[in-house]
Ligand binder design. Sequence first.
Ligand code: NAD
Ligand code: GDD
Length: 385
Amino acid sequence: MASRIDRNQPIIVCGGGGFIGGHLVADFLKQGYKNVVSVDKKPLDGWYQVHRGVTNLGGPKGDLMNLDVCRKVMKGRAGAKVYQLAADMGGMGFIETHKAECMLSVMINTQMLMAAKEVGVDRFFYASSACVYNADKQRNANVTALKEEDAYPAMPEDGYGWEKLFSERMCRHFREDFGTQARVARFHNVYGPFGTWEGGREKAPAAICRKVMNAKHTGKLEIEIWGDGSQTRSFMYITDCVKGIQAITNHDTFVEPINLGSSELVSINQLVSIAEDIAGVKLARKYKLDAPKGVAGRNSDNTLIQKVFGWEPDTRLADGMAKTYEWIEGEYLAKYGSGKKFVEFNYHDKGHDSKGHGKNGTAKKPAKSKPAGKKPAGKKKSKSR
Ligand code: NAD
Ligand code: GDD
């Protein structure tokens, strides 16, 4: 059972200047929604995608750490669907070294829940993470896929995972005590175009694409891989994620946190091979064993999402990586040309990555807005931070 579709219903995407939020806004526009609000604390010129035909609230007007801002965003928007994706986060290089900053996202979640409750919303979607799962269930690369009940007894990823688990509970109690119709998905590593690919917050798929293309364009045919490469993950392509978010949000009766991720388990070494095949190169592999590694293995058990929704993410990793590589290569070449200027980010250096900017300079000014609903197409009109 899914909630009624009303294209005049207010849609509020928090974190709309980020990777998943930007794609979600694009999808609502494509479906013909007329009342979409995209909110992000970054100024608009730092957003991955700025869509026309949307109320875009960026900079201080979009900083959801401020309760007044949350209230202003919600004002006059009773009956909205709220998608809460705003968070201070990144891949392992960021979350292992910025635990307090990750935990402070609890303020965004708490205040957006409060503001949503005050006006009364139709739905409140919360983007949780596979990082909530108990570490003991992820100690082996040959991991048993994680079922929803594996989050308890709680031993999540330090910092980021605890915040996500706490905010999941808050969603539950707002629903039970106040009737706020919260829905929660636990995303497993999401990748695709228009996301972070440099600067320290990038996740493995984008980082590996960048490292492979950097080797190719500089002619230095080697790659540094964090860990020994045997760690395993599953990676979900962005279009699958966007589809899943809406299905979960619209469901009338299924309210528990649910996995939203691919079940195609690969090692990081295999991920590197996929990127090498796309680039048409073979690289000497160097393993950096003291780099941030996270868990040894993680996969999504999709039994529940198949049962309840009759569906699960299904884009093949090689296909999604090819699209991701193409987009990142457009960004990379636009910024670095032959690649000779590129300097790899040092994840130990906290000083300059808290805004997502790397050693290679400040955020590049994005191209003006991409027409709403247009397919991300990379090379000429792309942007990054
Ligand atoms: P992202 O970093 O690209 O987007 C998050 C956005 O939130 C950023 O644009 C950031 O500026 C914004 N933000 C941060 N603090 C804010 C504030 N105070 N007010 C308003 N906006 C603020 O990340 P993403 O990959 O799009 O992730 C979206 C959500 O999904 C996050 O909650 C993340 O924790 C969750 N998630 C993502 C993944 C993944 O693999 N991408 C996996 C698990 C969970
Ligand atoms: N980021 C990154 N960069 N990871 C690398 C690299 C590299 O250059 N080389 C190898 N890796 C390895 C990491 O050491 C880790 O073992 C694995 O690739 C995956 O790293 P990430 O993609 O950064 O993170 P993750 O899968 O451990 O966690 C991500 O997914 C969660 C959801 O499943 C993070 O983005 C979390 O924030 C997210 O919640």
